[in-house]
Design a protein around this ligand. Sequence first.
Ligand SMILES: [Zn+2]
Length: 198
Amino acid sequence: MASQEIEALASALARLPGLGPRSARRAVLWLIKRRETALTGLVDALATVRDRLVECPTCGNVDTTSPCGICTDTRRDARSLCVVEDVSDLWALDRARLFTGRYHVLGGRLSALDGVRPEDLNIARLIDRVAGGGIDEVVLAMNATLEGQTTAHYLAERLEGYPVRITQLAHGLPVGGELDYLDEGTLAQALRARRPIG
Ligand SMILES: [Zn+2]
């Protein structure tokens, strides 16, 4: 029977995506045995994330600066905007290093099933950014899921009438595919072959 503190840590870890109670307990043991090395590093990294990470008021990315490093990077093309569902998609696209513009994170996807409505997502700020001018192209990089595509079409409608080219990723992406799980080659191909939304 483990102590209360250890149980508390194990059940906190067990709530992480991909970790069940069993692997959480193994992780706790692993950390206890490496208290001075791995555990200290983990505690410091967690404290930094807790204390310093903020959501970018412009794009919805998370970073230690506000606005985020991408929004303030003058080497990036401010005329090109890539809209993604989640920060994990931004990371996936940015790892592929093909998109040199800026991003906009919606914070989810429209879903009748889960009751996610347009006003629940970071859409008003997207419209504001586009309405503010200086943007030539909006790439809708939603996941190849039904909800992702519904979201893309909704956004395309909302952006109609603004002087921007609206494109979406070429979906040689597997149906149901989430960007985060794609290898960089597939993602790069989808981005290169992006096409007007129809
Ligand atoms: Zn930003």
